[in-house]
Write a protein that binds this ligand. Structure first.
Ligand code: NAD
Length: 240
């Protein structure tokens, strides 16, 4: 049975590329749920709504008969704390409630590498690295959303997973490169803070799309999870 995909936040930078990835591999049922419409393509069904509104979201899931939800939505990282909390925490709970109410079997959540940001370089960390205390509202609400998504795995037939991209670059980025260009436009590029030896990961958007599609394809409640201690991999050294 072919899957029916719903991309929440599908008008955004990453979400719109995930939509392209689904269409390019020939998926016939692709829908977008977002507060704004930025892509206009006859092959997509667009639903205008706020993910914090369970009725709007549930109606959308029911109409498009979603079997896979990819939840990429977030407010801007510098949005007020109340909005970040409402959308990333309460809204993610609403996504899970609406998914369960409509018997959706799979939910892929876009988290962020920011959930383990501890103001230091991090080398070779994996998902076993614990969340540091985080004062930044964006990172903190992404941590809480990730916890909520992973805690829902296996409840009422819903399989969930969370992916943590670092910085994403590529066409239609409205965040990172525009901000970098603004720094140059402001003449601030001659200012150096620190020793200029910080490290940061960047991933091309199409590679982040592949990760999401693989997660959507492989996610299953029947595949037995491998306990960390059986992975046979030593916990990597983490530079603190
Ligand atoms: P984006 O701002 O381009 O897209 C987010 C989309 O979510 C927008 O279209 C927006 O309208 C929508 N949205 C916001 N609030 C909503 C609501 N209440 N209801 C419905 N839709 C809503 O952001 P992006 O850069 O594409 O980021 C996508 C995801 O990837 C986010 O979860 C983000 O945390 C994560 N991420 C992004 C980066 C990056 O470098 N861009 C890095 C790591 C993680």
């Amino acid at each position: 049975m072919p899957e029916s995909y719903l991309v929440i936040g599908g008008s955004g930078f990453l979400g719109s590329h995930i939509v392209d990835g689904l269409l390019n591999r020939g998926e016939a049922s692709v829908a977008v749920f977002d507060i704004v419409q930025r892509i206009f393509d006859d092959r997509i069904t667009f639903f205008n709504g706020d993910l914090c509104n369970e009725k709007q979201l549930s109606d959308c899931i029911s109409k498009c008969q979603a079997s896979v939800i990819i939840h990429t939505a977030t407010p801007h990282p510098e949005a007020p704390k109340e909005i970040l909390e409402r959308v990333n925490i309460d809204g993610t709970r609403t996504v899970i409630a609406a998914a369960i109410a409509n018997a959706v079997p799979k939910l892929v959540y876009t988290s962020s590498a920011g959930v383990v940001f501890n103001k230091n370089n991090i080398v070779d960390a994996d998902e076993r690295m614990p969340f540091p205390a985080n004062e930044d509202a964006y990172n903190k609400t992404k941590q809480m959303a990730e916890d909520i998504v992973l805690a829902a795995n296996g409840k009422d037939g819903l399989a969930t997973c969370a992916l943590r991209p670092a910085g994403i670059f590529g066409p239609r980025d409205r965040l990172l490169m525009p901000a970098a260009a603004q720094v140059v436009a402001n003449g601030q590029w001659t200012i150096q803070i620190g020793k200029n030896d910080n490290i940061f990961d960047w991933t091309y958007v199409d590679n982040v799309v592949v990760a999401h599609l693989l997660a959507a394809d492989k996610l299953s409640l029947t595949a037995a999870p491998i306990p960390n201690e059986e992975l046979g991999v030593a916990l990597p050294q983490i530079t603190l």
